[in-house]
Write a protein that binds this ligand. Structure first.
Ligand code: HEC
Length: 109
């Protein structure tokens, strides 16, 4: 199997993270006002759909899709992509890891 076929979370496991807590944190933070993702409401269209995020190679088209980078990106996107429409979000570090774990469950069915 070529290495590029491996899903991102298998390369960067986060044993302490919990995908279901991440989904709840996304609802709490209001990610759904801009994004669509299963189990997250409403289903905003301002930002890209996250429905098959686990299959993406890149975050925001330019960052490697790695768990550590994703967990920081979802809290502080402007640090990585200053001109982006993705705002900094009020998540704790732990919630951000949970959100990353949830995003890596998307799109592998
Ligand atoms: C105000 C609207 C808005 C909110 C709220 C928002 N985002 Fe975003 N998000 C965006 C936009 C716009 C982009 C595209 C950024 C880019 O491509 O530079 C984006 C990009 C992303 C990406 C990268 C998507 C990809 O296809 O590479 C992820 C992951 C993401 N957001 C997760 C979240 C999470 C998790 C939350 C809640 C904690 C959230 N977003 C809240 C607007 C938003």
């Amino acid at each position: 199997m070529p290495a590029c076929k491996m899903p991102p979370d298998d390369r960067h496991p986060m044993p302490q993270a919990d995908a279901e807590r991440g989904r709840l944190a996304m609802n709490g933070a209001g990610c759904g006002s801009c994004h669509s993702a299963p189990g997250v409401w409403p289903e905003g269209e301002v930002g890209p759909s996250l429905d098959s995020f686990a299959q993406q190679t890149l975050i925001a088209g330019r960052l490697p899709n790695r768990a550590d980078i994703l967990a920081d990106y979802v809290r502080n996107a402007p640090k990585y992509v200053p001109q982006s429409g993705m705002p900094a979000m009020p998540l704790t570090e732990e919630e951000a890891r949970d959100v990353a774990a949830y995003l890596y469950t998307l799109g592998r069915r």
